[in-house]
Design a protein around this ligand. Structure first.
Ligand SMILES: [Zn+2]
Ligand SMILES: [Zn+2]
Length: 311
C-alpha cells in the first residue's frame, strides 16, 4: 500500500514536508482486528507534537493520522462486530489493556498501556490500516466521510473537555482558542445549553467573526477581560498566556480545562505573571484532559448526528 511515513523527528521550522510517500506491505488483521480501506483522515495539532517530538512515536518509521474514516475490507478470524463494506471510524484511542484500575473504573483513557492511533500504532495516512474491532465505530449516515473525520478527534476530545468542565445549563462558558475543536464545541454547547452564554477568545478577527456566526455571545482577544465572569472554560491553544488570561476571567469556583496533549515552550515565561490572588484564589481550578475513552467517541458521534453538527 501507499503510505505517508514519518521517519524521524523534525523541527518544522526547518522541515516543511516531514512525511515521505512510501510503499509498505498491507497490514494483516489479527484475530480480533479489522482491515480498513481508508477514505479520509483528518489532521490534528497532535501530529505536529509527534513530528516535533513533544509526544514522540515510540518507534520510527510510523504512519501518523488518527481521525480515520473508511470501509471494512477484511476481518480477522474472530472479528464479528462489522460486516465487509461497513463504514467505520477510528480515533486516537487505538488500544488499552482492559484490566487495569483505570480501564475497569471507566477511565480507559488513562490506562498505562494506552496505545494511540498514529503514534504507538500505525494510523490513517495510508491506503489501509488495521485496528482491534472494538476500537472502531459505526459512522452515522448523516455525515460524509470528510465531515466525519474531524469528529473522531477534534469533536470527541471537545465533547470530553466540555463534560470535564462541569458545565450546566445557564452557566457561562469560555472557549479560549477557536480552531478545529472549539468550533465544534460551540455547536455542541449551543445545543446542550441553549440558555448559556458562550464567550470566545481568539487571535484573529476572522476566527472571532466565525465564532459570532456560530452563536458566540461575545468574542474578543486573548488578553481581553470578558464582559461577564466564566464558570467554565476550555483552552485549546498550545500556549501558556491564554491560560493565565483565562484564569483571570474565571468566576469564583470556576474551572478551566486544558484540551492539549502538549504545551509548547515559546511563551512559558508568561506563567510568572500568574498571581495567586487574582488567578487561583477563590477555589478556581485548572484540569487537563487526556486522550479520549471509547464512550466519548461513540456518545459524541450519536449526539453530533442528532444536532446535526457541521465541521
Ligand atoms: Zn487529534
Ligand atoms: Zn488499562
Amino acid at each position: 500500500m501507499k503510505a505517508m511515513v514519518l521517519k524521524q523527528i523534525y523541527n518544522l521550522e526547518e522541515k516543511q514536508n516531514p512525511l515521505e510517500l512510501m510503499d509498505l506491505p498491507d497490514p494483516t488483521p489479527k484475530e480480533k482486528e479489522i482491515l480498513v480501506r481508508v477514505s479520509a483522515c483528518g489532521i490534528c495539532h497532535t501530529e505536529l507534537d509527534e513530528i516535533e517530538g513533544r509526544t514522540p512515536p515510540p518507534r520510527l518509521p510510523v504512519v501518523l493520522g488518527h481521525q480515520i474514516v473508511g470501509r471494512v475490507e477484511k476481518a480477522g478470524s474472530r472479528a464479528i462486530k462489522f460486516r465487509m463494506g461497513d463504514r467505520v471510524g477510528i480515533g486516537w484511542i487505538g488500544s488499552t489493556c482492559g484490566k487495569c484500575q483505570f480501564c475497569l473504573g471507566g477511565n480507559e483513557n488513562l490506562c498505562p498501556e494506552f496505545k494511540a492511533t498514529g503514534r504507538d500504532l500505525d494510523g490513517g495516512y495510508a491506503q489501509y490500516t488495521a485496528i482491534r474491532e472494538e476500537f472502531a465505530y459505526a459512522i452515522p449516515e448523516v455525515f460524509s466521510d470528510l465531515e466525519a473525520a474531524p469528529l473522531l478527534c477534534a469533536g470527541a476530545i471537545g465533547y470530553r473537555s466540555l463534560r470535564l468542565t462541569g458545565m450546566e445549563a445557564g452557566k457561562n462558558l469560555g472557549l479560549i482558542g477557536f480552531g478545529a475543536s472549539a468550533h465544534l464545541v460551540i455547536q455542541l454547547a449551543k445545543h446542550k445549553y441553549p440558555n448559556s452564554k458562550i464567550f470566545v477568545f481568539a487571535r484573529t478577527e476572522r476566527e472571532r467573526n466565525f465564532a459570532r456566526e456560530l452563536g458566540a455571545f461575545w468574542a474578543g482577544e486573548m488578553e481581553d477581560d470578558s464582559p461577564e465572569k466564566l464558570n467554565c472554560a476550555i483552552d485549546t491553544t498550545p500556549a501558556w498566556k491564554p491560560i493565565v488570561e483565562g484564569m483571570k476571567n474565571l468566576e469564583k469556583g470556576g474551572r478551566l480545562v486544558i484540551n492539549a496533549i502538549r504545551k509548547e515552550e515559546i511563551d512559558k515565561e508568561f506563567l510568572l505573571k500568574l498571581d495567586y490572588a487574582q488567578h487561583l484564589w477563590q477555589e478556581k481550578e485548572i484540569k487537563s484532559v487526556a486522550n479520549v475513552a471509547r464512550n466519548d467517541v461513540s456518545e459524541f458521534l450519536q449526539l453530533a448526528a442528532k444536532i446535526p453538527l457541521r465541521p
